[in-house]
Design a protein around this ligand. Structure first.
Ligand SMILES: Cc1cc2nc3c(=O)[nH]c(=O)nc-3n(C[C@H](O)[C@H](O)[C@H](O)COP(=O)(O)OP(=O)(O)OC[C@H]3O[C@@H](n4cnc5c(N)ncnc54)[C@H](O)[C@@H]3O)c2cc1C
Length: 378
């Protein structure tokens, strides 16, 4: 058995024993899955893509994507627990000083420290360069003022990769952006947001009022590199979200295939009505196509190639597939799919997050088109 097969088998048994029996209840109460997170620490999942020299498992991104697919077939919130954490770790690993890597990565790999990414603001989501949160150097610290919105993994995490403006007048605008490793503390207010899906895991609004971050926590020790640093981490994040799309699309498919064979209408199982059979065929094809796009992006990432186009294609296609498959699964299940007893209702609420977070589908299309021109100049 390959190492990957052993890991995936371990994930299957974790999901059967430690996740599946608890999802409905945690979802209903919108309660943070503490026990699941502890088990994920034991399994080393918080260090999945962190290099072994810094205490991580150093898994290939393709194996990581397969793990995320499996987690998301059961509950996308579980995959969300490690996504922003590993995006932050990737930014530190790719751009941090040796001192920063040695200080943060081993404790992140064990899960003792969990991370989120604080990029989005009330006036800057897709257009990240429009952010207004300001960090001003004061002695050995930066003093941060501003606000962030829609930030996941804040309440039960310890640090955030915090995107700030260190020079708001800089042109082009990204030259004035920096990335800080910010530990939670005085001067920071956090309030949990109410949302449609992606429950269990917290998403928050944050206010910064003269919040201090040690200057030694500036990633790479150089100002003006923040956007580049976080975008490189987001390539991994997009592969994670795309793999979540594959998992959710597959869960919607599998439950539809099962239900269509037992539910009868007009004297026969509904799968024998062509209108339903055709839906299942299209759903399955979407899952397969998405999976291959995700693996291609993961392989390009692994080879250290520029893979923003591959990651965007995977994210665009797999996340749209998840939305379409969740709606199609609702049609196949009809009223039963609308019931809180049925997982389809959850997939239908969870899937739209995937076409928003880590860059909307519209943004992915823009990135793909930009790459097409760059790679094929006239
Ligand atoms: C549940 C949840 C969790 C999240 N977690 C995090 C997190 O942990 N950290 C974090 O930083 N953020 C997080 N986000 C925020 C998410 O990344 C943003 O919502 C996303 O980037 C889109 O930004 P926006 O919502 O401000 O949309 P907007 O930027 O306001 O976009 C609105 C619409 O305009 C379109 N649009 C914008 N610009 C263009 C353009 N140039 N061309 C064509 N169309 C365009 C968009 O595609 C979209 O359809 C989360 C969001 C959600 C819903």
């Amino acid at each position: 058995m390959s190492e990957e097969a052993v890991i995936l088998e371990m994930i299957d048994s974790f999901l059967e024993k430690d996740v599946k029996p608890f999802v409905q209840e945690l979802e209903r109460k919108d309660e943070y899955p503490h026990k699941i997170a502890e088990k994920m620490m034991e399994l080393g999942l918080f260090g999945a893509t962190i290099a072994p020299e810094y205490g991580g498992a150093g898994l290939s991104v393709k194996t990581y994507a397969k793990i995320i697919e499996k987690l998301s077939e059961v509950w996308i919130s579980v995959a969300g627990l490690i996504n922003t954490h590993l995006v932050t770790a990737a930014a530190i690993q790719n751009f941090g000083t040796e001192e920063q890597k040695k200080y943060w990565l081993p404790r992140m790999a064990s899960g003792e420290i969990r991370a989120g990414i604080a990029l989005t603001e009330p006036d800057g989501g897709t257009d990240l360069q429009a952010i207004r949160t300001r960090a001003v150097r004061d002695g050995d610290d930066y003093v941060v003022n501003g606000s962030k919105i829609w930030i996941t993994n804040v309440i039960y995490g310890q640090i955030l990769a915090l995107l700030v403006k260190t020079d708001p007048e800089a042109r082009p605008r990204h030259k004035g952006m920096s990335l800080l490793i910010a530990e939670k503390g005085e001067g920071m207010t956090v309030s949990k947001m109410e949302k449609l899906g992606y429950l269990g895991i917290d998403t928050c609004e944050i206010g910064y009022d003269n919040f201090r971050v040690p200057a030694k926590n500036l990633i790479g020790g150089v100002e003006g590199q923040g956007l580049k640093q976080i975008l490189s981490g987001l390539e991994l994040g997009r592969i994670n979200v795309a793999a979540r799309g594959v998992g959710l699309a597959r869960a919607a498919l599998n439950e539809s295939v099962a239900y269509a064979q037992i539910r009868k209408a007009f004297g026969k199982p509904i799968v024998e009505h062509q209108a339903i059979a055709i839906k299942l065929a299209d759903m399955a094809t979407r899952v397969e196509a998405s999976k291959h796009l995700v693996y291609a992006a993961a392989e390009a990432y692994e080879q250290g190639k520029k893979c923003d186009m591959e990651a965007s294609m995977a994210k665009l296609y797999a996340c749209e597939a998840a939305v379409t498959n969740s709606i199609e699964a609702m049609r196949v299940h009809a009223a039963y799919g609308y019931s809180k007893e049925c997982n389809i209702e959850r997939y239908y609420r969870d899937a739209p997050l995937l076409i928003i977070g880590e860059g909307t589908s519209e943004l992915q299309r823009l990135l793909i088109a930009r790459n097409l021109v760059e790679r094929n100049p006239a």
